[in-house]
Design a protein around this ligand. Structure first.
Ligand SMILES: N[C@@H](CCC(=O)N[C@@H](CS)C(=O)NCC(=O)O)C(=O)O
Length: 212
């Protein structure tokens, strides 16, 4: 029997998108099933105790939670984290900071703008999210002072942050004031694993000429 990899996924979920980028980068062939497709929903439910996406089944070996999937992909393919223990710790630290401090405000902005009509938007909540976004960026910028990516040729922290930045830009977050982060993101959006896996809303924003 031939092997089969299945990703249960939601297009605009940042956790799913970073896993899609990593799978693409590692050249893993997989089927992508929408978690809420009635044909696949029952199978997805049976696999995840948390009822979240992403969930992946590598030839029936199931992993739940994006950070565990990304670490597994690095263990197998070895390109998503640096080789020294110290550099790996720094990369994991950057990923976890990006997710908490950048992810939080981006989530607030996306929820406000995606779930409501423009006239119902809570402008105070949007301004609050934008303020937190600007506060979160300087620390990430520091890590990019001498390098093109957080991990040589891009890796886990790059995919974690790019999934947040992509959605932020698509939902109208102001461009980062930092030239280093703006240049990093410009490099990221030109990469195959970004373009091949981006949600429709991000592809549409890029097609409309969206630029930082
Ligand atoms: N820690 C989990 C978080 C995953 C998560 O929160 N996914 C959201 C979508 S972005 C989810 O599945 N929510 C339940 C739902 O949409 O029904 C991971 O990294 O995989």
């Amino acid at each position: 029997m031939s092997s089969e990899n299945i990703l249960y996924d939601k297009p605009e979920c940042p956790f799913c998108w970073r896993v899609r980028m990593a799978l693409d980068r590692c050249g893993v062939v997989y089927k992508r099933y929408a978690y809420d497709n009635p044909e696949h929903q029952q199978a997805w439910r049976a696999l995840t105790p948390n009822k979240t996406v992403p969930v992946i089944s590598f030839d029936k070996f199931v992993i739940v939670d994006s950070s565990v999937i990304l670490e597994y992909l690095n263990d197998v393919h070895g390109v998503l984290l640096p080789s020294s223990a110290k550099d790996r710790a720094l990369a994991r630290g950057a990923a976890s900071y990006a997710d908490a401090q950048v992810g939080g405000p981006v989530r607030e902005l996306v929820f406000e703008r995606r779930e409501r009509l423009p006239k119902e938007w809570d402008q105070e909540a949007i301004a609050g999210a934008m303020g937190k976004w600007h506060k979160a960026l300087p620390r990430l910028e520091k890590a990019l002072s001498d390098v093109d990516y957080f991990v040589a040729d891009a890796g886990i922290p790059d995919y974690v942050l790019a999934s947040r930045f992509g959605l932020a830009m698509a939902y109208g977050m102001p461009a980062p004031q930092s030239p280093l982060l703006a240049d990093w993101f410009d490099r990221m959006i030109k990469r195959n694993e970004f373009i091949d896996t981006a949600p429709a809303v991000v592809i549409e924003a890029i097609a409309k000429g969206w630029q930082l």
